[in-house]
Each structure stands twice: as C-alpha cells, then as structure tokens.
Ligand binder design. Sequence first.
Ligand code: CP
Length: 337
Amino acid sequence: MSGRDFLAMEDWSPEAVDALLRLALEVKAGKVRGGLERKVLAMMFLDPSLRTRTSFETAMFLHGGHAVVLEPGKGSWAIETELGVVMDGTGVEHIIEAARVLGRYADALAVRAFPKGNDWEQERADPIIHNFARYCEKPVINLESVRRHPCQGLADAMTLSEKFGGDTHGKKFVLQWAWHPKPLPTAVPASAAIAAAHLGMDIVVARPPGYDLDPEDHLAIRSLAEARGGSLTSSDDCEAAVNGADAVYVKSWGSLDHFGRPDQERALRDQHREWRMTEDLATATRDGRGIVMHCLPVRRNVEIDDAVLDGPNSVVIDQAENRLHAQRALLLELIGS
Ligand code: CP
C-alpha cells in the first residue's frame, strides 16, 4: 500500500478534494505546465473505456509523462483476481504479482474493474481495486470499480461548480434513474451523488421502487451532504422530482435486490421503460434551464432523448472534457514533482 490512493472521493478530506478542484480549474485555465516529467502511469483495464483511457493518456502526455495501457487477456496475461485460489483455470498472472511488479515500474497504478460475480454481498466489498491497492507499493487510482468511479465524480463536481459559478449550496440535484436494456453497476450514480453531496447540494434520488442504492452508499451520501450543508431525499415520482431541478444527472443502474439474476431483474426493470430524460422533463427543470448530466456512454432515445442531448440543457460534453482537467490535477497531486 502507498498510503495515498484515490479509490473513493470521500476517502480524501473535503479540504483535499476542494484543493484538487481548485487545481483542476487552474490546469484548465492553462496556468500549470509540466510537473509529470519522467513519471509513468500504468493503467490496467479489465473492462472497456473511451473517456477514461483517453483522458488519462492525454493527461500524462500533456504534463511530460508517459502512460502504459494494459488490457489483461489482450496482449498481457489474463489476471487471476481471487486470493488463495489454485490457479488451474484461465488466469495466468495473479493480482498479487501484477500489482507488485507494476508498482516497481510505474509511479502510480490505475485500474478499472467492474463487478464480475453474481453475489452482491461479495461484490460490495470491491475486492479487486482494494487488492490492487493492498499489494501495489505506489498510489492506486480507481478508474471505476464495483462501488465507485471517483475520477468521474471529481469531473462532475468540477462541472457542477463551474455551471453554478461556484455557488452550489442549496441547489437541487436530481439523480434520475433511467431504463436501459441491461442492469448497470451503481458506481457512477453513487459517485455522482457523493460529488453533489461534497458541494452541499439538496439531492433527490429519483428511482422506481426496488432501485435503491446500497444502504452504505445512501448513508455515505447523506452524511457528506449534511456535513456540507445539503440534504438527501428519495422519490419514486420522476416528474415531481425533476420539477424545478437545477441539475439532473441521468443514469441507469440495476436493482441490487436482483444482482446477478438479470432475467429476474428484467421483469422488474421493464415495468419502468418510460423513465428517461425527455424534452418535456428538461423544460420542467428550474426556469427550463436546469443542466442535464450523464457520464457517457449514453444510449440515445433510451436514457436521454436526442432533443435534450443536442439541446441547451445538456452539459455532457463539458463533463467529459473535465475528466481530462480533473485527472491532470489528480496526477499532479499524487505523483507530480
Ligand atoms: N464515463 C466514463 O468513464 O467513460 P468510459 O467508460 O468511456 O471511460
């Protein structure tokens, strides 16, 4: 362990997160040059990415460093992530050696690992990212694990702060569940709500019955929101929740009550096909000008209608751009000279 990982935004003190967000704005304004010369970031993608991979590689290049990207099973050895197993299956390299070796080559290790199993009680401990952090002697950055996507959360906090001129306290932030053909992980919605909580916003989680976030996430969001002067409530009425919202974060996620049983979950989810961001819903936000957010990739006309994504409420491309600046700040803070 390095003692300085970035696995969840709330692992860092609010003051440290505020400092990161300030640095991200300075970086975006072009006030910071270099700082990562001769530094190496090793990135391990156990799952695909467009934004995360590209923005981290670009961040390292822009500040004079280098990024090595590994996709286990595609050009590097397939990784066995379970501890204490007899490795007579498909995994060739164990997570313990992979973490230790990459820690000798690189200044930081960044890992993406989505849920793999079908038992939420096991998955919710987020074992893969925590074991990389346990066995790597350099800082580990979470590129989206089972429970958190803190780099997305950092960019989302930056975007919210920018769009409201730094005045986010008491603004209404709605995390709006959306229908999707597959049950998706809860890392992004939990991290988006943590970001809004950090900013002291009044958060409403709008979701159909059966789609609550993990109780531990709910508690983490509530505790942080209240400590920062905000609040957390839930609603199963999408239109009422979005009415008057300053920001609506649209995201789909699967029912944790049916985790690992997609056929069972589908019967529940398909009752809520109408949950999506439409032009009428966007018009119902505060003065019709509430911002509409999504981490991307987004399924057009399934999660968010074309008219909204291509209209004035959408800030999804700004969010994606801010991934780059927020991560430049994170890398400078973690391994910068
Ligand atoms: N939002 C996000 O993490 O995008 P990618 O999955 O493309 O990296």
